[in-house]
Design a protein around this ligand. Structure first.
Ligand code: UD1
Length: 419
């Protein structure tokens, strides 16, 4: 079993290049099912989750090839068929459910294993299904599967009770080839949704308003091929911003969009960290050579503070001067990292959806376990400043979402290795 070992105390220096966003690339690959012509995705992050969705498409009859040299993925979905998808593969990753919208739209029927819960919460799919039903699909659930059927999807007005990222993406993909106009209200506004819409528009879709709470889709009859470069990963960039802040270092993060990072930038500034955006370089300089002040945070759908940065921010606040409070409103069980941080000397108490963090002077390295993707990155961040060695187990979680995290940190001067 692989683990990551970090020896704390090194100052970080230099610059780091951010990869494309995993959460943009996964729906983009799923959306490729909608086209009959060749699609090329440039600068793809070659991560475990990305290879899972590529394997899923290959199982369905698409021809997907990953070119590790130029980081491109080419997808030809001419031959895609509504065959039973391999359950084991589908259940590896919840985001596999994103193939439902495009498969239903393209083939008029599709059956898929129901996604289960996961470490951070039960994560239902009711909003995805509500959208498909509004577009005219019949939905049947039984024996662990969901089956959707519709001769041709027909546009309608869909109001989401909560701005779910996955539901917005799935409904958006289903509606692109539907007859007439679809309006998604209370849609998720995350930058990855706008990126998916830009990708689909580059294939000939007619989507307006993606990135806002109201998305309008005028259905088209077919989509063509495209060559597309997805947005930078704002969560990876945010994680490196905290790496600088927690290790009291100054680094440059190349491949950053100021607007997408706004909620993180503003919170770090409130903590006293100096953040400078270099517009002509798409880069951010983070200078953490200061005392970190305690702050309160509430996670919210974009443009609120991202739940995917909650645990990393908590690692930083364990060492802040004063008491901080973090309220998690997006997922019901996203404090699994708290007990691991406490093993490292943090003082955190959890009451329901709120964590109370009392700043301490130092963290101490020990054996810890990555309980999910972002929690794993959090333990690396804590390890960067902890006394002596932090050994992180179950690092497969980290590999799902961070491209070469230890290489990137080592290049910045961290003492980190995978064994
Ligand atoms: C996506 C991201 C994930 C991020 C999350 C919130 C991808 C691949 N994953 O996950 O990294 O943490 O957005 O920013 O992009 N919900 C329902 N019913 C539904 C769907 C969701 O109740 O039908 C609830 C969920 O249980 C959760 C909340 O809505 O409590 C947010 O989930 P959602 O926005 O759908 O997240 P994902 O798309 O799964």
């Amino acid at each position: 079993m692989e683990k990551i070992i970090v020896k704390g105390g090194n100052e970080l220096k230099g610059d780091v290049k951010i990869s494309s966003a995993k959460n943009a690339v996964l729906p983009i690959i799923a959306a490729s099912i909608l086209g009959n012509e060749l699609i090329t995705i440039n600068n793809a992050p070659l991560l475990e989750d990305v290879s899972v969705i590529c394997d899923v498409l290959n199982e369905l009859g698409s021809n997907v090839s990953i070119n590790k040299n130029d980081l491109s993925i080419t997808i030809d979905s001419k031959e895609v068929k509504p065959v039973d998808a391999n359950d084991e593969l589908i259940r590896k990753m919840r985001a596999s459910f994103l193939i439902m919208g495009p498969m239903l739209s393209r083939h008029g029927c599709f059956k898929l294993s129901l996604p289960g819960g996961c470490n951070i919460g039960s994560r239902p799919i009711d909003l995805h299904l509500k959208g498909f039903k509004a577009l005219g699909a019949d939905i049947e659930i039984g024996h662990g599967y969901v089956e959707a059927k519709a001769k041709r999807l027909i546009g309608d007005r869909i109001y989401l009770d909560f701005p779910s990222v996955g539901a917005t993406e799935n409904i958006l993909m289903a509606s692109v080839l539907a007859k007439g106009t679809t309006i998604i209200e209370n849609a998720a506004e995350e930058p990855e949704i706008a990126d998916l819409a830009n990708f689909l528009n580059s294939m000939g879709a007619k989507i307006d308003g993606a990135g806002s709470g109201k998305i309008t889709v005028d259905g088209v009859d077919e989509l063509k091929g495209t060559n597309y470069t997805p947005i930078y990963d704002r969560i990876e960039a945010g994680t490196f911003m905290i790496a600088a802040a927690i290790s009291r270092s100054k680094i440059k993060i190349r491949g950053a969009n100021e607007e997408h990072l706004r909620p993180i930038i503003e919170k770090l500034k409130e903590c006293g960290i100096i953040v400078e955006y270099l517009e002509d370089e798409n880069s951010i300089i983070v200078d953490g050579r200061c005392n970190v002040k305690a702050v309160d945070i509430k996670t919210l759908p974009y443009p609120g503070f991202p739940t995917d940065m909650q645990s990393q921010m908590m690692a930083l606040l364990t060492l802040a001067t004063g008491n901080s409070m973090i309220t998690e409103t997006v997922f019901e069980n996203r404090f699994m990292h708290v007990s691991e941080l406490c093993r490292m000397g943090a003082k955190i108490k959890v009451d329901g959806r709120t964590a109370f963090i009392e700043g301490v002077n130092k963290l101490t390295g020990c054996d810890v376990k990555a309980t999910d993707l972002r929690a794993g990155a959090t333990l690396i961040l804590a390890g960067l400043v902890a006394d002596k060695y932090t050994e992180i187990r179950d690092i497969y979680h980290i590999d799902r979402g961070y491209v070469c995290i230890e290489e990137k940190l080592r290049a910045l001067g961290a003492d980190i290795e995978r064994v």
